[in-house]
Ligand binder design. Structure first.
Ligand code: SF4
Length: 328
């Protein structure tokens, strides 16, 4: 591991000041970053520990929740307000990683975790444009069963590995940021970049900008929500496909619906065309299937992940049918 120095931040302002130099990285629990440092993928020369900051889940005046960036994944999943008002978020978190990792991992770290593409992690043996711009992408012709089908590019087909972020995307979560130029708020769905020809640039964060909290806006529709994860084994596996969805109905018609996908794209993927097509529709399988077709219409596959569009379609239909109490 490359030598680095360590500093513990006393506040968000202090963290930003301490991380001002190039080569500095924020450290939450380190459940992803330290692994990457051991592998030589990440080589920061300073770690600014922010794990002691923002460790509360608080109600917001007027409704909604503010979740501190250093709150553990377990604490979010066990929070009574999260379970009652945003159940898909609790389900998504509990479907990820192991209990031990969830007990340690922070909300901010979960959002900024790096892809688990095998070639990205193989510093010695694999070409990877994300790790080394211009090097090539061994996943294109290699083992790409878990790779992306939406929003990908010829330079990179990696997926964002988070379950939590898929639910946050469905709930229109807003990320609170602090940086050298002050504080700002950003919709979570706008935080991560698509790879294009610069897959090494993964977010729109400015250098040294820190996630301080995640805001969940008040949404009546969020209470009728769920998360389903399809994976190769029952636990401790990343999603092949996942779906977070909410559904609201009145007088036999759909009045509000949110659909977000995981395991298929370089970022938590909101299926807005599918949502728009469902507003006013009768909540039945044919409508859900048509919406799922729309959600996957831009899919681009590789030989190893050619099964994903159909798997995603079926998962969307199943989740929406469950929420609607509809026959499948
Ligand atoms: Fe690297 Fe992306 Fe290709 Fe994986 S898919 S090897 S992360 S460029």
């Amino acid at each position: 591991m490359t030598p680095f120095d360590y500093a513990r931040a006393s506040s968000a302002q202090d963290a930003v000041a301490q991380a001002r130099r190039a080569g500095a990285k924020y450290l939450g629990a380190g459940t992803n970053l330290v692994d990457l440092m051991r592998e030589g993928v990440e080589t920061p020369d300073r770690l600014v520990d922010v794990s002691g900051l923002s460790r509360r889940v608080e109600p917001i005046d007027g409704g909604g929740l503010l979740i501190g960036a250093a709150v553990s994944n377990t604490a979010v999943a066990e929070d009574a307000a999260v379970r009652a008002d945003y159940p898909a978020l609790a389900r998504a978190i509990l479907s990820g990683a192991s209990a031990q990792i969830r007990n340690m991992a922070t909300v901010g770290g979960n959002i900024l975790q790096r892809t688990r593409c095998t070639y990205f992690l193989d510093v010695e043996g694999a070409a990877c444009n994300k790790r080394q711009p211009g090097q090539g992408c061994d996943a294109l012709e290699g083992f790409n069963r878990g790779h992306g089908i939406l929003g990908v590019s010829p330079a990179c087909i990696a997926t964002h590995p988070s379950d939590m972020c898929v639910a946050l995307a469905a709930f229109d979560a807003v990320v609170h940021l602090a940086g050298a130029n002050g504080r700002r708020h950003l919709p979570l769905v706008d935080l991560h970049r698509l790879p294009g020809d610069t897959p090494h640039l993964e977010t729109v964060l400015e250098p040294g900008e820190l996630i301080t909290a995640v805001e969940l806006p008040p949404q009546a529709v969020a209470a009728r929500s769920t998360y389903r994860k399809v994976r190769d084994r029952a636990s401790y596996a990343f999603a092949l496909v996942s779906v977070a969805a909410t559904l609201e109905m009145a007088a036999g018609r759909i009045t509000d619906v949110r659909i977000a996908l995981g395991g298929v794209a370089p970022k938590p993927w909101r299926a807005r065309e599918a949502e728009a097509a469902l507003i006013g529709a009768v909540p039945e399988q044919s409508a859900f299937a048509a919406a799922a077709d729309l959600a996957l219409s831009a899919a681009r596959t590789r030989p190893g992940n050619a099964f994903k569009p159909e798997l995603a379609r079926r998962t969307i239909v199943a989740v929406l049918s469950d929420l609607a109490g509809a026959e499948r």
